[in-house]
Ligand binder design. Sequence first.
Ligand SMILES: [Zn+2]
Length: 305
Amino acid sequence: MSNRWIEVAPRVWVRRLEELDQTLGLVIGDDSCLVIDTGINAEAGYEFATAIREKTDLPWQVVYTHDHFDHWFGTSAFGESAIWAVADGAHYVGFGDEQRKAWAARYRRDGREEDARRIARTKLVPPNCRVNGAVGLNLGGRTVVLRQVGLAHSDNDLVIEVPDAGVLFAGDLLENGAPPSYDGAFPYEWPQAVEYLLSWKPQVVVPGHGDPADYWWARAQARDLAEMARLCSEVAQGFLTEAEALAHNPFGEATMKSALKRCKELTPPPPEPAPQASAPASAATLPQPVIVYDIFDYNVDLTGR
Ligand SMILES: [Zn+2]
């Protein structure tokens, strides 16, 4: 399979990439267009930008669904433009640099020298417009909504709604053809976030990886995410063993393992035991003892009988 376009609704395009089975988006209005994520490196971004120019010559704005490298390392190919995201630019530069180093090392370990070099020389392009809550972008003749999600696949997820076309770009909140990724995720909050986002019943739901699908597919995945949250919570409380959860879950052993690991990371450590009283304090600083028997004033006459 090579990279290809799918038109999921009038002037709403999905770009399916071979690499990471990734899914990018393009929404075209009368005056401008919106580019949803930009790919894993400058070369991927350039290929995407060129493909977009075959569809439209309107000016573009870019939106990042979240801060994972494969969704925004291609932006240098897009030149100056408005770039929308939930997290701020400083976060993107800092976390981007971490990911750039980690993935270059990982590709090198896997013997993928060319990919390592490509990612290592990625120029990070931080967002310059923040989405706090929801933003409606008028592209001319159609308005898209950029919506902050809260805690789910990451702490800075954003989805794009195209209400006139019934399309929801869900980022990595949903994945088709591969299990969702729990690294850096919030397993307990994630399912509820998806339920909320599906409440307007979009007809087409576009995942961050894999083919676009319909509302009912998304509902099924939301149910599986809820089952994962339930298993995590039962393991945390001792009602289930880890082995039982690993053997019986919707997404397979590796995904369950990373969900359980993530829940442990998110659980605050138990409180420190209170320090033992050491040297006895002097009588002057000791609190006055409370004499409890003082309150029992029965006035019983013990001599009369
Ligand atoms: Zn992701």
